[in-house]
Design a protein around this ligand. Structure first.
Ligand code: ATP
Length: 215
């Protein structure tokens, strides 16, 4: 069965930057995704609270992907009260899109932190996982904690056509064009009055300036 492949790109996006856009673009081309759902976290429980409010992070995500057809901004985590657990987002999408295969897209750094996520071992039953290399954080089994390594070794495949054959359950890695940008770096650059034009899309930079974010 040739299922629709829906990528799911979650994050705090505080702010959304060129690395996120590159990640989405390269995931679409490397994995032949039909669509990417970009899901800004409302209240991410496993890390410190975002600096910008949810409405601002959502608005910046909409601006960043306005010219990228095939990327849909999903505001459900922001609208719903309570903690933003990725597993709940996947369960919601699984119900909404019963015939699609879901592909949770993460950078290698996020993948290595997976064991801190709520019900992390249930994720693979709801979606495939696609892990992108990220400058400074490549996918190396030697640095994975043992339970993550077990999951990786049990589910990894190099054949991306397998993503279409089942709705969930595979882990693939893909190489993205390296883009050494982080939201932390942008927040600090804004605080210090340094330029950010190379780090975020122009409409996002304009939004940050106009709303006096991160100063
Ligand atoms: P922060 O610096 O605040 O930790 P971040 O830049 O890592 O933020 P997130 O919103 O936490 O951004 O990231 C969401 C997802 O995007 C994660 O899976 C992360 O690994 C991935 N990601 C972020 N930046 C990059 C990048 N430059 N290259 C590849 N993946 C990235």
């Amino acid at each position: 069965m040739n299922r629709r492949l829906i990528g799911v790109l979650g994050g705090t996006f505080d702010p959304i930057h060129r690395g996120h856009a590159q990640l989405a673009r390269d995931a679409v081309s490397a994995l032949a995704l039909d669509e990417v759902r970009c899901v800004p976290a409302g209240n991410p429980p496993h890390r410190s609270a975002p600096i910008a409010g949810a409405a601002d992070r959502l608005a910046m995500a909409q601006l960043a992907f306005a010219d990228q057809p095939g990327v849909v901004i999903d505001d459900a985590e922001i609208r719903q009260p309570g903690p933003s657990w990725t597993i709940l987002t996947l369960e919601r999408l699984r119900t909404a899109l019963p015939d699609a295969a879901l592909v949770l897209i993460v950078g290698a750094d996020a993948f290595l932190g997976l064991p801190t996520w709520h019900r992390w071992q249930d994720l693979i039953a709801r979606a495939h996982l696609a892990v992108a290399n990220r400058p400074g954080s490549n996918l190396d089994v030697a640095v994975m904690p043992q339970p993550l390594r077990n999951l990786f070794e049990a589910h990894r495949t190099t054949d991306i056509t397998e993503l279409h054959r089942s709705a969930a359950g595979c882990i693939v890695s893909f190489t993205m064009t390296p883009c050494a940008v982080s939201a932390t770096q942008i927040r600090s650059a804004v605080r210090q009055g340094q330029p950010i034009a190379d780090l975020v899309a122009t409409p996002v930079e304009n939004y940050i300036r106009h709303h006096h974010l991160y100063i």
